[in-house]
Each structure stands twice: as structure tokens, then as C-alpha cells.
Design a binder for this molecule. Structure first.
Ligand code: SF4
Length: 268
């Protein structure tokens, strides 16, 4: 006889169905946003403690030399791979690593450098426009406030959060496709929009882990809790995870991962 369904598994199922339906109830009715994590504070702490043992100093995979080039790289990375962006920006940043130099380069030349990146025409336009805005409104410096960053051409909330976190060490959470998936799949911070997942994660992740939480979650989603098929036997939080998609409850050995062991899969 099948064991009775626990309340917990029913709750996980409900959240996962909601996420899969874009936050709609089965009948198509909009479902009330939920941001309740399925995990206790102790469980969340343990999840991030393990991530911190695996990758004590996680690095993003976009190359940059200062806050300005980080901002440009993140703008260029929309709907492109980090590896593809890095190939194009190597020469671009050697030619222009400040807003003034980028402006002097001009839209046509910027376009020549980034032609291998999707949507390059529009991105070249934005890179020039944001360089001009930085010079006109911020004395050539990248602002450290989200409200100012999102006013720049081509800069949305996610880009602003990456720059604030990586360049300025602020405790922000830039929710990309990986983080959105993990937040919902495992019920860490369920939400039907990236902003709901962002708010949920900011609420549950202990402050001591916020500096690197964004990178840990992205890398976990990119290499382990993958979109099509999570690699649960390789997962260090398999015993804590409450996803109904998990295939094992035995966690992988908790050992530090050298950055070189990570590859650059081609993905959207
Ligand atoms: S156990 Fe599987 S589903 Fe859960 S976080 Fe790990 S990889 Fe993802």
C-alpha cells in the first residue's frame, strides 16, 4: 500500500505546480503570490554553509577590469553566454575601459567588436548611450545606487543587482534563470516573478552568506541543479533538498571545487 502523502510533500507539489504554471492555479486563475520558504532558518544556514565550503571565493564568469567594464559586460550578457561575451570584450575593453574611451570609440566600432553577440546592434547603442549618461550625470563613475543604475540605457534590475553585488559588495540578489528555477524547484524562495524570488531569498538567506549567495546559486544551477535534469547524485544538499524532482537523498561529498573543474557549457 502506498504510504499516505505527507503535508510537506503536498506543499512542495503545490508550489512546483504553481511555478510550472507561471504562478497560475490549475484552472488558469492567478494564484496569490507566495514567498514562504519550505526551509527552516537552520536548514537555509546549512545549505549556504555547504556552498561556502564548496566554493569559498566564488567568481562570476564574466571578465571585467573595473566597475564600468563589469556593467558593460553584464549589459552585453543578456541572452548570450558568458564565454561568448568574454571573447568579444577582451579586445573591446583593451580599446576602451572607461566611459570616455567608449564614447570616443563610437557606436560603429563598438558594434564591430561585439558582432558575435546576439542583439549586438541594440547593445552597441546602449553601451554608447550609457557611457554618455555616466559622463553627463555621474562624472564618469558607475553609481552605487540601484535607482540610479536602472535609469541607464540597457540596465534593468537584474543587471543593477549584479553590479551592486560584484563591484560594490552590496547584499543584493540578481535573479537569473538559474536562481529563479532553484528558488521554485526546491521551494527555497518560491515566487512567480524574479522579483518575488529575489525578495524571498533576501528574506531567508543569512546576512553572513549574502556577499556570495548570488554566485553560489548561479553555479549550483549551472552545474548541478540543471534545468532539464538536476544532477542530484552530485549535489551537496541532496539530504536537505525538498524538491519532488530529486533522485537521491544522499548528499555528495563536501569538498572544495577548483574553478578549473568547472566548464563552460553552451547554454541560453
Ligand atoms: S537534490 Fe537535486 S533537485 Fe535538489 S537541489 Fe540538489 S540537484 Fe537540485
Amino acid at each position: 500500500m502506498a504510504p499516505p502523502k505527507s503535508k510537506k510533500s503536498a506543499a512542495v507539489k503545490k508550489l512546483q505546480t504553481s511555478a510550472a504554471n507561471g504562478g497560475r492555479a490549475p484552472g488558469g486563475r492567478p494564484r496569490k503570490a507566495t514567498s514562504r520558504s519550505l526551509y527552516s532558518p537552520a536548514e537555509v544556514h546549512e545549505i549556504f554553509r555547504r556552498f561556502s565550503v564548496q566554493r569559498p571565493e566564488p567568481k562570476g564568469e564574466l571578465d571585467y577590469v573595473n566597475a564600468f567594464t563589469l556593467l558593460v559586460a553584464v549589459v552585453l550578457s543578456a541572452q548570450a553566454t558568458d564565454a561568448g561575451v568574454n571573447k568579444a570584450t577582451k579586445a573591446l575593453f583593451a580599446a576602451a575601459d572607461t566611459p570616455a574611451r567608449m564614447l570616443a570609440l563610437g557606436e560603429a566600432k563598438v558594434g564591430d567588436y561585439i558582432r558575435t553577440i546576439g542583439l549586438w546592434r541594440n547593445k552597441a547603442k546602449n553601451v554608447i548611450a550609457l557611457s554618455k549618461a555616466l559622463i553627463d550625470d555621474h562624472a564618469g563613475q558607475v553609481p552605487e545606487e540601484r535607482d540610479e543604475l536602472v535609469k541607464l540605457p540597457g540596465v534593468g534590475r537584474k543587471t543593477a543587482n549584479v553590479v551592486l553585488n560584484v563591484a560594490f559588495g552590496q547584499h543584493t540578489m540578481a535573479v537569473d534563470t538559474h536562481i529563479f528555477r532553484i528558488g521554485n524547484r526546491i521551494g527555497l524562495a518560491p515566487g512567480k516573478t524574479p522579483e518575488q524570488v529575489e525578495q524571498g531569498l533576501l528574506k531567508v538567506i543569512p546576512a553572513e552568506f549574502m556577499r556570495h549567495a548570488h554566485h553560489w546559486l548561479i553555479l549550483h544551477g549551472r552545474y548541478v541543479c540543471k534545468a532539464r535534469k538536476p544532477d542530484c547524485p552530485a549535489c551537496v544538499i541532496a539530504d536537505i533538498c525538498k524538491s519532488k524532482e530529486k533522485t537521491t537523498g544522499i548528499p555528495a561529498p563536501l569538498v572544495p571545487i577548483a574553478p578549473l573543474e568547472e566548464t563552460f557549457p553552451a547554454e541560453a
